[in-house]
Design a protein around this ligand. Structure first.
Ligand code: PLP
Length: 284
């Protein structure tokens, strides 16, 4: 059965879905996106992702494609039509199509595309093994707080990690870790403090990051928002990353240095459990 996707008001088999070659998303990466995870056929953190979508659109002076109610309806309809029990819904909004020009017309109609990806996310192997990361100089643009589709540098960094036999890269700027290629980076110090970089335009304001921080505080864990170096991370008790599709995933090696005994630590494992239980309970 072919996947049903959504394009500008229509539900179509993926082979029939079309977007103009003049779309600014295609020509200029003039587009933003969100990914909402699905567990038990329900959406996780929908409100958070939609709130960030509004912010991304507003920062880029891009028009809203439709109401929040319609977005929820489209998400649910796609999950239903594609019988997705576990996986995610990808949403992309572009500024719209017009003849190629750096200057855009004010009245462009945004392009809205959504599709589902059915995959196992709860019991992914990396949740039990942890992942290995390399360090790479962060060469992305300076507005990483906006979730744009400019993902070429993160893709190159991830390919470099794979070429070195590792799983991902942590990006480093002025000596400090900004974030992972598609996730937020965390460490746990030897005294048990959980540390992640403070929010700014240097990194994406992760929806999972915000929830994990809230749940950690509720569980009386000590959380600090500050910068850290690769060297501090290599000497930490534990490390992990957070993202919508990987929840809380342990990191067991950083730029060649093994953390602890090379297996996922107790804090990361506990936070993953708490995060999954809380998100499930709030899923819609
Ligand atoms: N940082 C970057 C660069 C990302 O691309 C992502 C997710 O795609 C994240 C962090 C994690 O954000 P979230 O928890 O909202 O998925």
């Amino acid at each position: 059965m072919s996947r049903i996707v959504y394009v500008n008001g229509e539900y179509l088999p993926e082979e029939e879905a079309k977007v103009s070659i003049f779309d600014r998303g295609f020509l200029m990466a003039d587009a933003v996106y969100e990914v909402c995870s699905v567990l038990d056929g329900k959406l996780l953190e929908f409100e958070g992702h939609i709130a960030r979508l509004h912010r991304s659109l507003s920062e880029l002076k891009m028009a809203e494609p439709c109401s929040d109610e319609e977005l929820l309806e489209i998400h649910r309809e796609l999950v239903k039509r594609n019988e997705v029990k576990e996986g995610g819904v990808y949403l992309q909004v572009t500024r719209g199509a017009s003849d190629r020009d750096f200057v855009w017309a004010k009245d462009l109609k945004p392009t809205l595309v959504l599709f589902t990806q059915a995959k196992s996310i709860e019991h992914s192997p990396t949740a039990t093994t942890g992942i290995k990361v390399i360090a790479i100089e962060d060469q992305r643009w300076a507005r990483r707080d906006i979730k744009t589709v400019q993902l070429l540098f993160p893709s190159l960094a991830k390919m470099e990690a794979k070429a070195q036999g590792k799983d991902d890269a942590w990006l480093v700027e002025d000596g400090f870790v900004t974030e992972g290629t598609s996730n937020n980076a965390w460490i746990v110090t030897k005294d048990g403090t959980i540390v992640t970089r403070d929010l700014s335009t240097d990194l994406l304001h992760g929806i999972t990051r915000a929830s994990v921080m809230k749940y950690a505080k509720e569980a009386q864990m000590k959380v600090e928002e500050r910068k850290f170096t690769i060297e501090e991370a290599q000497n930490a008790a534990e490390a992990f990353f957070t993202s919508a599709s990987a929840f809380v995933t342990p990191v067991v090696e950083i730029d060649g240095a093994t953390l602890g005994d090379g297996t996922p630590g107790p804090v990361a494992r506990r936070l993953r459990e708490i995060y999954l239980a809380e998100s499930r309970a709030r899923a819609i």
